[in-house]
Design a protein around this ligand. Sequence first.
Ligand SMILES: Nc1ncnc2c1ncn2[C@@H]1O[C@H](COP(=O)(O)OP(=O)(O)OP(=O)(O)O)[C@@H](O)[C@H]1O
Ligand SMILES: [Mg+2]
Length: 154
Amino acid sequence: MSAVDVRELADIAALEGLAADLGDILGAGDVVLLEGPIGVGKTRFVSAFVAALGSTDQVTSPTYTLMHVYETPRLLVLHLDAYRLSGVEEYLDLGAGDFAHDAITMVEWGDRVAGAHPEHLGLVLEFGQSGDNSRRCTIRRRGRSWPLPGVLAP
Ligand SMILES: Nc1ncnc2c1ncn2[C@@H]1O[C@H](COP(=O)(O)OP(=O)(O)OP(=O)(O)O)[C@@H](O)[C@H]1O
Ligand SMILES: [Mg+2]
């Protein structure tokens, strides 16, 4: 996987801006794997992404429910969480693949199921300064490329 871009996010508004940027370039069939520690903002990112696509659906954590489906004016967003899964086999059994070609798929703790997605965009979120709302997001891609602004390493 090659490093594509690093975004310093000063606050939630910056996270929302990144989500909107990705909303402009991602399309049906695309897969985003979200990585990063508990509470860093993976669910918050999906919420911002779904809103950026024009949906008013309420986004909640799928840690226990495993998969949520959100409708947006453009396409569906599948929101999954691999935290409690035993591995790729259990992940595939959830059945998201059956309609992923008509949707954008976003998976929290997605690094755990990267083997199921030879082509994906990886977003790695890290906490910034302790006590503030800053985050760093490293964007990586595997298997194909997207027209991301600010490419560091093609
Ligand atoms: N810049 C930021 N980006 C994202 N979330 C932020 C930011 N600043 C503060 N927050 C807050 O951090 C929290 C992130 O929680 P969230 O549930 O999205 O984390 P998560 O990574 O999905 O955790 P988990 O691993 O438990 O699923 C939210 O309460 C959100 O409001
Ligand atoms: Mg979460």
